[in-house]
Design a protein around this ligand. Structure first.
Ligand SMILES: *[C@@H]1O[C@H](CO)[C@@H](O)[C@H](O)[C@H]1NC(C)=O
Ligand SMILES: *[C@@H]1O[C@H](CO)[C@@H](O)[C@H](O)[C@H]1NC(C)=O
Ligand SMILES: *[C@@H]1O[C@H](CO)[C@@H](O)[C@H](O)[C@H]1NC(C)=O
Ligand SMILES: *[C@@H]1O[C@H](CO)[C@@H](O)[C@H](O)[C@H]1NC(C)=O
Ligand SMILES: *[C@@H]1O[C@H](CO)[C@@H](O)[C@H](O)[C@H]1NC(C)=O
Ligand SMILES: *[C@@H]1O[C@H](CO)[C@@H](O)[C@H](O)[C@H]1NC(C)=O
Ligand SMILES: *[C@@H]1O[C@H](CO)[C@@H](O)[C@H](O)[C@H]1NC(C)=O
Ligand SMILES: *[C@@H]1O[C@H](CO)[C@@H](O)[C@H](O)[C@H]1NC(C)=O
Ligand SMILES: *[C@@H]1O[C@H](CO)[C@@H](O)[C@H](O)[C@H]1NC(C)=O
Ligand SMILES: *[C@@H]1O[C@H](CO)[C@@H](O)[C@H](O)[C@H]1NC(C)=O
Ligand SMILES: *[C@@H]1O[C@H](CO)[C@@H](O)[C@H](O)[C@H]1NC(C)=O
Ligand SMILES: *[C@@H]1O[C@H](CO)[C@@H](O)[C@H](O)[C@H]1NC(C)=O
Ligand SMILES: [Zn+2]
Length: 513
């Protein structure tokens, strides 16, 4: 039965609960909403609702030809408006806003043909640089002097031809731009180390030195052969035929803050709304998105002590762009009100581990601001209470908590694993299959609803509920914010498109030089 406000007021005067009295003291009017606690909020989280939300995201992805939720796509736009509408339907519990930002992003890229001397070089010996423009050119290769980091390294003969440049010293983007400025129609950059060609990026355009030209990365072997042939007078002609889709995209973070609760001692938490181009991104990070959204819905049934901000970040896959934009545009006085930030990026991996960000640095030697260790301990206690094992994952800033750490906000969160193979030790702790990726569908077309591990999903979503209920109720025992924490003095440059996930993978980020 639902009390009317009037009946609620009578009840309050007669036999008000402690929470109700507190609410009246705080807001001057009574509420029929019970005071939140972890037991109640956890019980509100059901696997049925989590899966229904995941199915909704999958439907958004599959409604379009792209079948993904990449920023700028219809599937991502639908995701954003669905989150906004859902939060706005909760009777004004949240102040919901869309935070727009722009980013130049490469949506796709492929080599249609790369020929040297009329033949295709061996498979695996050449790759397309990210942010290469499209083009279809055939011209002789012209050797560039030194490392091609200076306009003076580009002889007149480069004009109208394809510049052949060594890797080294400066970034690939500068080499491609200087080649363009020298009149080259393309650039081939060879590795300066043995092995396969480098998977690299030119970085998002524009850049002041010149326009990029279609650019290919090749192995050291291949490059050495071409330089030698040209050196002894051979005319080596190449064809670069590549197509990329690079756009200046408008996208949005969805930010929702409770209208109630102490706004000076806020909890913030977040997940990212975008997928990569390859698939619908239902574990990465549909699971975190739906997990925090379900908790946001459930929380609206309760009275809270501390305000809570939910951040649904866009363009995480392009380099944490949405969360970075949010933090960089948050005045220091506002940032100081955030007591802690919690991040949930992939919480339903099929061959899962229960990993907690290593906030105290005990496992990976990278610790966070005071409070980060307490958050780690909080989640350890949660798993212990749930009768589950847990492990630590590197606190290296490779997901949306990175920008929060950069401004000294204590952070933490959970992660069930990406492309890394499960170890024997992890199989003992969590079951599943050793030697198999924690998420075989990581950044792949098969990351849809069938990829989710329902047991992990429910366990981790209830962990979100536990943490939100606990901190929304009280910061007792949690360190005060140290707002004089050393901040990075320079704003980091926008990170560029990544083929690897930012969060935690042992794989190196896409090379820039
Ligand atoms: C949570 O709230 C419910 C309902 O008010 C109450 O029965 C329960 O004891 C509370 N649990 C804790 C741990 O406070
Ligand atoms: C994004 O979605 C909203 C809500 O469905 C719709 O009104 C808007 O036209 C969409 N925008 C784009 C660019 O698709
Ligand atoms: C709602 O949130 C927006 C964006 O954070 C903020 O500018 C605005 O002042 C808030 N409104 C209220 C009533 O708190
Ligand atoms: C090279 O790759 C192409 C396309 O993936 C494939 O059709 C071809 O058979 C491969 N050639 C060799 C020699 O592996
Ligand atoms: C590139 O140019 C060649 C030669 O003119 C042509 O055969 C090929 O179809 C072109 N590629 C594309 C993608 O249009
Ligand atoms: C480029 O080379 C010129 C001539 O050698 C030199 O004067 C200049 O300092 C170099 N510029 C850079 C950025 O290295
Ligand atoms: C030039 O170098 C190429 C590649 O190494 C070789 O095939 C060719 O025989 C050489 N030509 C002469 C004239 O030395
Ligand atoms: C090299 O070959 C291209 C066509 O393959 C031709 O256009 C160019 O004139 C040749 N250059 C020299 C120096 O022979
Ligand atoms: C992207 O578009 C926005 C809005 O038109 C503009 O402010 C921004 O400068 C553009 N960015 C680039 C790199 O062109
Ligand atoms: C926790 O790990 C131990 C091995 O260290 C294992 O024996 C136990 O079954 C695991 N517990 C659960 C709930 O998986
Ligand atoms: C989800 O992915 C699996 C594996 O690729 C595929 O078999 C299944 O058809 C997909 N689901 C939908 C609804 O397309
Ligand atoms: C706050 O952080 C600064 C910079 O890291 C440090 O020097 C200072 O000791 C800290 N203060 C407290 C009370 O921990
Ligand atoms: Zn992710």
């Amino acid at each position: 039965m639902k009390y009317s406000i009037a009946i609620g007021a009578l009840a309050a005067t007669a036999s008000a609960t402690a929470g109700m009295k507190k609410h009246i003291r705080q807001y001057g009017y009574p509420t029929t909403k019970p005071v939140v606690n972890a037991t109640l909020l956890k019980a509100d989280i059901t696997i049925e609702n989590l899966l229904a939300g995941s199915k909704q995201l999958e439907d958004f992805a599959y409604a379009s030809e792209e079948r993904n939720r990449l920023i700028g796509s219809p599937g991502h736009n639908d995701t954003i408006y669905w989150i906004k509408d859902t939060l706005e339907s909760l009777d004004g519990y949240y102040n919901v806003s869309l935070q727009e930002f722009f980013t130049v992003a490469q949506l796709s890229g492929q080599i249609n043909s790369f020929l040297v001397g009329g033949a295709v070089p061996p498979n695996g010996s050449f790759l397309l640089f990210d942010y290469s423009p499209s083009g279809n050119v055939t011209a002789p290769l012209a050797v560039v002097s030194n490392l091609g980091c200076n306009a003076t390294d580009y002889p007149a003969g480069v004009s109208g031809n394809i510049a052949l440049i060594s890797r080294g010293s400066c970034d690939f983007g500068l080499k491609s731009a200087l080649a363009g400025a020298a009149g080259a129609v393309g650039a081939v950059i060879y590795n300066n180390a043995a092995g396969p060609p480098l998977q690299g990026t030119l970085g998002a355009p524009p850049r002041p030195e010149g326009d990029y030209v279609p650019s290919i990365s090749i192995s050291q072997n291949l490059g050495a052969g071409y330089v030698a042939a040209i050196g002894n007078g051979t005319n080596v002609t190449a064809t670069i035929d590549v197509t990329t889709d690079i756009r200046n995209i408008s996208t949005y973070n969805v930010i929702a803050t409770t209208n109630s609760g102490d706004q000076l001692n806020k909890l913030a938490l977040g997940a990212h709304t975008d997928s990569v181009a390859a698939g619908p991104g239902i574990n990465d990070d549909g699971s975190g998105t739906v997990g925090i959204l379900e908790v946001a819905k459930a929380l609206s049934k309760y009275t809270i002590t501390n305000a809570v901000t939910f951040g649904f970040w866009a363009a995480e896959e392009e380099g944490l762009l949405g969360s970075t934009y949010y933090v960089e545009n948050l005045p220091a006085a506002e940032a100081a009100k955030i007591r802690a930030y919690l991040n949930f990026d992939m919480i339903a991996s099929p061959n899962y581990i229960n990993a907690i960000y290593d906030g105290d640095g005990s496992s990976f030697n990278l610790s966070g601001p005071a409070g980060s260790a307490e958050i780690e301990t909080f989640f350890e206690d949660y798993f212990t209470g749930a009768g589950a094992n847990f492990t630590a994952t590197a606190f290296d800033g490779r997901s949306d908590y990175g920008p929060f750490l950069d401004v000294g906000i204590p952070s933490g969160g959970l992660f069930t694993g990406a492309e890394e193979l499960k170890t024997e030790e992890e199989a003992l702790l969590f079951g599943g299959t050793a030697g198999v990726a924690l998420d075989q569908c990581y950044h792949a077309a098969c990351d849809n609803v069938t990829n989710l591990n329902v047991e992990a999903f429910e366990l981790h979503a209830k962990a979100i509920a536990d943490s939100v209920a606990t901190y929304a109720l009280s910061w007792d025992g949690f360190p005060a914010r140290n707002t004089t924490t050393a901040k990075r003095s320079v704003v980091k440059p926008r990170r560029t498109v990544q083929n690897t996930h930012r969060r935690k993978s042992k794989r190196a980020p896409l090379a820039k030089k």
